[in-house]
Design a protein around this ligand. Sequence first.
Ligand code: AMP
Ligand code: ZN
Length: 473
Amino acid sequence: MISSEGKLARLAADGHSPAVRLFDTLTREVVPLEPVDGKTFRFYCCGPTVYGPAHIGNFRTFVIQDVLRRVLELGGTQTKHVRNITDVDDKTIRDSVAAGMTLAEFTAGWRGRFHEDCEALNCLKPHVEPSAVAHVPEQIAMIEELVAKGHAYASDDGSVYFKISSFPEYGRLSRLDTRELDLGKTQNTRANSDEYEKDNVADFVLWKARREEDGDNFWESPWGQGRPGWHLECSAMILKYLGTTFDLHGGGEDLVFPHHENELAQSKCSCGGEFARHWFHSTHLLVNGKKMSKSSGTLYTLADLTAEGWTPMEVRYVLIGANYRKQLNFTMESLHAAREALAKLAKAAEGHDAPGYRELTKGGDLGVFAGAFAKLQDDLNTAAALGELFGHLKEASTDDDWRGFFSILAALGIVLPDAQGFEIPAEITALAKLRWEARQAKDWEASDRYRDELAAKGWTVKDGPNGYEIVPG
Ligand code: AMP
Ligand code: ZN
């Protein structure tokens, strides 16, 4: 059998070092990522709950997961990426009932919108994208297994709960220490909602008995009519598509507890195996320094930003602007900076054709940009990789350098705007014209106002001897 080191050496012969190292939430250490089966790196990411449009915070998480996959693949490692669609839970049911639509109709619309946003943001499609509703029998089978093994019990109303005191490792992933968690004392405390806080550590629901407010959304089960609890779906789908031991599991930091803690408990207790060998969590995106919220008007969707003239690529650029474990604060200034940076990269790339993604995964020397790729392999340090990319831009001259340049862009999932022809929206051209006319009329106040308005939308007007030029930034 080939040793894992031998394998690394063999993969490295094509010019890339395949060793991606990543911070593992379970061990709190940066560890090398190597496929447990020696062939394909198999990973699972919790997908969207399709009850509304995903916001740019969600996309920070999905985009960094996409970058991880790209860095692995460009380093010569094959991947299998599974990401679910949560199409039955408290929120999807609540909102579909309120909208007077069937759950299927309601979630199909939001799933479609999610796919459009992912495509606009240039995220690779997962290899498998299972949905919870399509896997109810698998979830019931897992509950039966847990009941049979003494890890779950039915309550009087026909709901079924996971008994956390039956799993001494409960709390290890999210570091609930014994002061916070005396498993013996959790007997009979139960959490029936899909989401709850660490203070409410309790037996969690696997099967929810049918309730009035669920409308027509129920399934038959050995415990009567009802529906699966949210945490269960990922465990059941992981078993089906990745087996009992796989390489990595990821999501935003809010998922560590209770969602991932619960997944881990259910899966290990029902089918054994190691479950995820590593855990990958990204820090939440802030907007203007605060948690995003609808009431403060800071909950942006991609559509909100494109309606203001920003491109999805500018949004993606902002989302990868900081290391995924660091706080990232989304501001309008950061979009301006993204526009300028992309314009600079596009100018540098003028006259050079970008090879296709598959071509780049074949590897090769990365010239002056080898260091930038190494930064990505080092715990996905996107900020440092961008620093290296810009730092070496002027030196790029050989074919290897250009392969390196496009490999970094491919790893970050950046598609450059056309350097020659920025698409200037009609509204921007009109504002620039008004500004020019105000200047001709020496109405400085109006001209400044138009300038500010243009700046707020991400455009600058440069005046020259023969008129003006509109440039991004
Ligand atoms: P949801 O659709 O609510 O299930 O969330 C989808 C993904 O987005 C999950 O991995 C969440 O952890 C993640 N997420 C939610 N809010 C944010 C945020 N503000 N920043 C980054 N990721 C987030
Ligand atoms: Zn999950």
